[in-house]
Design a protein around this ligand. Structure first.
Ligand SMILES: [Zn+2]
Length: 393
């Protein structure tokens, strides 16, 4: 690293070096807070909410919120980004390489979403150190985005000062404005069969593995696995985990009929009803398969199927003010941005559900959640300029 690096790039490198995997955001949140105080933002504008007390998983801290009164009257704008990274980023050491920031060793980088964190810190610094006009503004740094959008899901709109429009930064290109995203549901099934000696009394057992296999092959055959297209509707589904209760393989030895299998999966679509329809197919097929696999006493496996909503889909109307502001602000700095749809969940899914129309723009991070992750420095800097342009619009 050389002294010629801008303070903004030094900051992003600093934030990338601070570990803060999902649920463990305290250190990164405190270093953001320290940095903001150093830049002259009054300490009483900065606080933590109590979202972590509402999240059903251990979470070190609440969302970090910075609420500025603005220098001119007008609608309050929200800027948001997430503090956490995926666990593959543990121990990441950022280095600069050819216009990019990459991880030095075998870890992901965590530019998803420290690029966004740094982008908003840079925005706040700019607003405080320059004599510019801007309407009331809130910055929200969420926790536990990667493990289910929990921070955004549990934030209280009042804590944000009831902003009327939102700008979330996450994802790759700062030249694209995300205006629609799929919704998703997670599900799990437990198949409780019956163990028996596979050589001596196989007929007394009920194989959970066989029940699972029949159900999944039926799901696959009928086109409900992977990319799902039915009656003009589109969605996706996946099996992400197939094993026992504790993260081990299903079954224990070849001479025993498998008495237990647990499978976790998910369904996604732009259409909320279609998400449920996909999940329901899996449930139906597990139940039907359990009817087919019976032991000599005519007993069958017990199916315990659970589903939970991850996030709702959204599609913002093209005429919304938030999209116009984003596009005009981009134009002003020479970016001709286009609107796009994505197949993943964003904090925006919950912010919109919470009544804040929110677009999302990228901050230059690519190949997130992988060892090939990198931050494109030029694109990152453009995202910083875009944030400033929106805030001062
Ligand atoms: Zn992200």
């Amino acid at each position: 690293m050389t002294n010629s690096l801008s303070e903004n790039i030094k900051n992003v490198i600093e934030f990338l070096s601070i570990e803060g995997v999902t649920g463990y955001e305290k250190n990164i949140a405190l270093s953001v807070k320290d940095k903001l105080i150093k830049y002259g933002i009054p300490e009483d504008y900065i606080f933590f909410d109590e979202a972590n007390k509402k999240i059903p998983l251990f979470t070190e801290t609440g969302n970090l919120i910075v609420k500025l009164p603005g220098t001119k009257p007008g609608k309050r704008k929200l800027f948001s980004t997430h503090l956490d990274t995926v666990s593959l980023c543990k121990g990441a050491e950022p280095i600069i390489n050819n216009g990019k920031i990459i991880a030095k060793n075998d870890t992901a980088l965590g530019a998803d979403n420290r690029g966004g964190v740094s982008c908003l810190v840079n925005l706040l610094k700019f607003l405080f150190q320059n004599n510019v006009e801007y309407t009331p503004l809130t910055c929200l740094f969420t926790v536990r985005e990667e493990s289910g959008l929990w921070g955004a899901r549990n934030v209280d709109k009042k804590d944000l000062g009831s902003p009327e429009i939102g700008f979330n930064t996450d994802g790759s290109s700062p030249y694209e404005i995300i205006t629609s995203a799929v919704g998703a549901e997670r599900w799990s099934v437990e198949i409780i069969g019956k163990g028996s000696h596979a050589g001596v009394a196989p007929n007394k057992g009920i194989s959970s593995s066989i029940v699972a296999s029949i159900a999944l092959s039926k799901t696959y055959e009928d086109g409900w696995f992977g990319l799902v297209e039915k009656n003009g509707l589109k969605g996706t589904s996946n099996i992400g985990y197939y094993g026992d209760q504790d993260g081990n393989c299903a079954g224990s030895s070849t001479n025993q009929v498998t008495d237990y299998v647990k499978i976790n999966g998910e369904s996604r679509s732009m259409d909320q009803d279609f998400i449920s329809e996909i999940t329901n197919q899996y449930e139906k097929n597990f139940i039907a398969a359990s009817e087919m696999v019976k032991n000599s006493k005519n007993e069958k496996a017990q199916i315990k199927f659970k589903k939970s909503l991850d996030y709702f889909p959204f599609k913002l109307d093209d005429n919304l003010e938030v999209i116009k502001i984003a596009k005009e602000s981009a134009n002003k700095i020479g970016i001709n941005s286009k609107t796009v749809a994505v197949n993943g969940g964003l904090d925006a899914n919950w912010l919109i559900r919470n009544g804040i129309p929110t677009i999302t723009f990228g901050n230059g991070h690519y190949n997130p959640h992988s060892l090939d992750e990198y931050l494109d420095i030029k694109e990152y800097e453009d995202s910083c300029e875009l944030a400033i342009s929106i805030a001062t619009q």
